[in-house]
Design a protein around this ligand. Sequence first.
Ligand code: ADQ
Length: 481
Amino acid sequence: MPPRLIAVSNRIPTGSHSSGGLVVALRDALSASGGLWIGAHPDPGTGLEEMEEVSGGGCRCLAFRLSEEEISDYYLGYANSVLWPLCHRRVDLVEMPSTYEERYRAVNARVAKLIAQVARPDDLIWVHDYHFFPLASELRALGLANRIGFFLHIPFPSLGDLSVLSQPEDFADWLADYNLLGLQTRGDVARCLEMYRADPRAEFMPDGTVKMQGRITSVRSFPIGIDVDHFRELAGVGGRNPFGREAPDSFVIGVDRLDYSKGIPNRFRAFGRYLKTRPEGTRPCLVQIAPPTRERVQAYQDITSELEEIAGRLNGAFAELDWTPIRYIHRSIDRSVLARLHRMARACAVTSLADGMNLVAKEFVAAQDPEDPGVLILSRFAGAAEDMTQALLVNPYDIEEMAAAIHQALEMPLEERRARHAACMEVVKRTDAARWAAQFLAALRTCMPTLSPQVARLSSSHRRHRPAPDEKPDRVDERLE
Ligand code: ADQ
């Protein structure tokens, strides 16, 4: 039996979110080790000092509750109005009331205590994403010497953008408490190492690891992928045409959470530009599926209005009685319908201004019929572009170039489509979600451990923890004292 795994992420799988590649890959790794998945309960609540079992995820899941204030200040606030825009090169959108950061630190400290209550000394702990940057520091302060890994799903921020944080030096410090730091791309690794290179406390070891004040961290890229076979199966299943009698002649598909990082307004503009010059007699559509997220954050309300305005204007200008060029669906749809739509589309437009990987690009490629595949138009700023170089790579700020790519994709000869698809498919298979999880865990199991004396020293000098206004003085969990 491999060492027990504890996964920590903001979301835990519940019935409705349990079929994505990440969930399947982690669930399998957790089941194989008799592990636990810890995350926030989907509903706010009280009873903040303990976790509760949640069912529906296919593995043992424990949830902690977030209070309404924590959802506002920690989740919507620091995580999604500071760290998310910072990592997606939108420092202009960063909002910084001091309660955001205080609550972010306090939630991480509280979650660390909850984890410490259930963790055994030889468990592997795998922390996911920007909601939990300081979690390892908090666990070390409680005396845990376990191997702790971190995977960042979104882009690693640039050194310049990090200086927006109130205490940028804490960021490098937080990450140094992880034994393994997993990032999506080689570009992310380069940005992370640039941060450590600029930090006088850090030194580089001959094996490429980073040493900071006695802690050794390995920084590596692990490009995430999808459950390829499952998505192919979903796409290949027959059944009814999702359009019914309203099927377009040919269409380009876009599927994204409605987020400003996904570059959807420029995609619409590029499609409008393409419509102006399209070959005579053709009536293609852009089918955009964009369910809302984080609707209480102003920047997300703004992008929703902007898209409605552009789609309305373009449809007003180009629609005919029996043709609506932009079909914009502002809600989530069933994954099997999504897979069918991908297979039917002639092209998929992924136009992110910044994106950790972008799984939609991989899902589109996996869904294609290799004998008659559609074409992937892919932003060079999505992590997926680092390896999927045979997609039609575009600059998402350049409307003309994207319009030309839409034309090229819809007119591309069969042989070229096949060759490009085969090359992209090779990448999709190579980065399958199960392999991604296995590779990360193999690296975590073998990376340099944290020694107990180091933890003791670190926790005694747990320098910068600033208690939140409503936080009571700590009593370290007795088992660990
Ligand atoms: P996201 O920003 O959410 O993920 P992405 O990688 O594209 O972006 O994954 C979205 C997932 O949600 C896909 O599986 C997609 O099919 C699904 N989805 C999107 N719209 C949907 C809809 N309307 N109905 C049903 N399903 C829908 C973050 C990072 C990414 C990184 C992933 C994984 O921002 O860069 O690739 O994590 O690490």
